[in-house]
Design a protein around this ligand. Structure first.
Ligand code: FES
Ligand code: FE2
Length: 343
């Protein structure tokens, strides 16, 4: 990721919304430490650099009092904008130095997730049509976990449909049916779009989840690289038309570590009693990906000569081109935060 600094200019989930409370919560992104908190329990989230401007204590070790984040070291208080409003050891008649300020970053809540952008955002939090409240689909959160794999490797794996027959041979894959139907890869700016059909296995749990009767069935993946580290894949089952929409986000904790998040939307809007059963199959599948990906070299070559590419890899070859184009764009300094740019 270090070679693609423009990745800093996108939004990434860092937690579920209920996980960020008035107890300051540390998180790491792009190898830097930040803190998120709610000045009031039900109020909006704030986020900033997890380092006090006084003596560099971790603000995430502090607490919230009267809507202010209190540093645990000398009790300085920071309001929601990050400005210090009280220095307990100082004469209260003296003004607080303007530099006594925590650099804030942009933070918003959407789809039940807290998203941050550490740079100047190129675009809004992605619009994910089936995840919208009025879509008629059921939105189901399945997992958020830290993987010892790099973020582009995870999104590359999501685009790489030909791995399903092999990595998932013990769950939904069919190694006896490894072929993908012919497909065309399209580009729309930095988005990648393609659709391909293939045969998958349907075990008993999947039969209950999908209503499909056959042991082997055909499905089409309508895949979209929404932005460089967000994937949307509509899995459409031919037998009954069910659309199981996967959303995968990869938040770069550092060059080798990723906060992976997956949520789905289902066209059959299943009742909440069966959400766990649906998520259980997807978690099994993702665990197979995690084990595989944690063994893959985290360095992700964005030039196209180091690794081998075949015709069936056209979508993941295109992904390398997207990242190379992004890397070539002139961007703000790699360590720029929104607050630093703004001031
Ligand atoms: S280090 Fe935060 S108040 Fe001193
Ligand atoms: Fe997979």
């Amino acid at each position: 990721m270090s070679e693609v600094p423009a990745l800093r200019e996108y939004w990434y989930p860092i937690a579920y919304d209920h996980e960020v409370t008035d107890a300051p919560r540390p998180f790491r992104i792009f190898g830097e430490d930040y803190v998120a908190w709610r000045p009031t329990p039900a109020g909006p989230v704030h986020a900033g650099v997890d380092e006090c401007p006084h003596r560099s204590a971790r603000l995430s070790q502090g607490w919230v009092t009267d809507g202010c984040l209190v540093c645990p070291y000398h009790g300085w208080r920071f309001d929601g904008s990050g400005q210090c409003v009280e220095i307990p050891a100082a004469d209260p008649d003296l003004p607080v130095p303007p530099r006594a300020h925590v650099d804030s970053i942009l933070v918003e809540e959407r789809y039940g997730l807290v998203w941050v952008c550490v740079g100047m955002p190129r675009e809004d939090i992605p619009d994910l049509p089936e995840a919208a409240p009025d879509s008629g689909y059921a939105l189901i959160h399945e997992m958020m976990a830290t993987w010892r794999a790099s973020a582009p490797r995870i999104i590359d794996n999501a685009l790489d449909v030909s791995h399903v027959a092999w990595v998932h041979r013990n769950s939904v894959g069919s190694a006896a049916n490894p072929r993908l139907s012919p497909f065309t890869v399209e580009r729309d700016g930095l988005r990648i779009l393609f659709s391909t059909s293939y045969v998958v296995a349907v075990n008993e749990a999947q039969k209950r989840n999908t209503g499909i009767q056959s042991d082997l069935t055909e499905r089409t993946t309508h895949a979209e690289l929404v932005n460089p580290l967000v994937f949307r894949g509509v899995l459409e089952y031919h037998e009954n038309g069910l659309r199981h929409v996967l959303f995968k986000t990869a938040t770069p904790v550092d060059d080798h570590t990723t906060l992976f998040c997956q949520f789905i939307a289902r066209s059959d809007a299943p009742s909440p009693e069966v959400w766990d059963a649906i998520a259980a199959v997807d978690r099994t599948v993702q665990e197979e990906d995690r084990v595989l990906l944690e063994g893959v070299n985290p360095n992700f070559p964005i030039e196209t000569t180091t690794e081998l590419h075949t015709k069936s890899d056209r979508m993941t070859l295109e992904y390398r081109r997207v990242l190379a184009e992004l890397a070539a764009e002139t961007t703000v300094a790699p360590d720029a935060t929104w607050a630093r740019i703004r001031r």
